[in-house]
Write a protein that binds this ligand. Structure first.
Ligand code: CU
Length: 162
C-alpha cells in the first residue's frame, strides 16, 4: 500500500518535472532566438559603420596627365589602379586630367604619379618614363609640351606639396 502511494507520487513528480523542463526549454529557446536576433542586428550596424568609415577615409584627388586618346586613357587608368589602395581612376581626354580616389592609409599621391609616369605618361609632378614612352603606340606618343589639367576651376591643392 504504502509503496504504491509513493510510486504514484513519484510519477506525479516526474510529470511535473517534464512539464517544467518543457516550459524551461521553450523559455531558453525563446531567449536564445531573441539574443541571436539582437546579435544579428548589432553585427549589421557594425558592418555599416565600418563601410562608412572606409568611405570617409577615401581621399579624392585630381591632377594633370598628358595623353592623346582612348588607348592612353586605358594605360593611364590601369597604371593608377595598379597602385594598392586606389579604388577609382578616371582620365579625361579633353582636360588632360585624372580623378582618383584612394585610401590614404595605403598609398599617397606621389605613388600614383610615379605609377602613371612609369607607364610612359607625364604627370604634373613626375615626367613619364622615356623607355615606356617609346614603346607606346605612335598615336599615343603625345606632345611633351602639351598643356595639362585644363579644368576650368583651378584646384587649390595642386599648387603646393603636403
Ligand atoms: Cu593614346
Amino acid at each position: 500500500m504504502n509503496f504504491s502511494k509513493i510510486n504514484q507520487e513519484h510519477k506525479n513528480k516526474n510529470v511535473m518535472d517534464v512539464s517544467k523542463k518543457v516550459i524551461l526549454s521553450v523559455a531558453v529557446i525563446a531567449a536564445i532566438s531573441l539574443t541571436s536576433c539582437k546579435n544579428e542586428t548589432k553585427k549589421e550596424t557594425e558592418s555599416t559603420t565600418t563601410e562608412m568609415s572606409k568611405e570617409m577615409a577615401m581621399t579624392e584627388l585630381s591632377f594633370g596627365v598628358r595623353g592623346n586618346c582612348g588607348m592612353c586613357k586605358k594605360t593611364i587608368e590601369k597604371a593608377a589602379k595598379s597602385v594598392e589602395g586606389v579604388s577609382e581612376a578616371n582620365w579625361d581626354v579633353d582636360k588632360k586630367k585624372i580623378d582618383v580616389s584612394f585610401d590614404d592609409t595605403k598609398t599617397d599621391a606621389m605613388a600614383i604619379h610615379t605609377a602613371i609616369a612609369e607607364s610612359g605618361y607625364d604627370t604634373e609632378k613626375v615626367s613619364g618614363d622615356e623607355e615606356a614612352y617609346k614603346n607606346l603606340a605612335s598615336c599615343c606618343q603625345y606632345d611633351h609640351e602639351m598643356k595639362m589639367n585644363r579644368s576650368e576651376e583651378k584646384d587649390n591643392h595642386s599648387n603646393h606639396d603636403h
